[in-house]
Design a protein around this ligand. Structure first.
Ligand SMILES: [Zn+2]
Length: 44
């Protein structure tokens, strides 16, 4: 899933599966479609 986040006074969109950040929600959504999330960069 894609979540909105604030970094350096800018709005970013983060792929929750792998933690990648995008400056466009459409880019994040497109990435998420292809992201298998099999290698998370962190564990909550
Ligand atoms: Zn991802």
């Amino acid at each position: 899933m894609v979540v909105q986040t604030e970094r350096d006074d800018s709005t970013w969109w983060e792929c929750e599966d792998c933690g990648l950040l995008f400056d466009e929600k459409t880019d994040a959504s497109d990435h998420e479609t292809h992201c298998d999330g099999s290698e998370p960069s962190y564990i909550q």
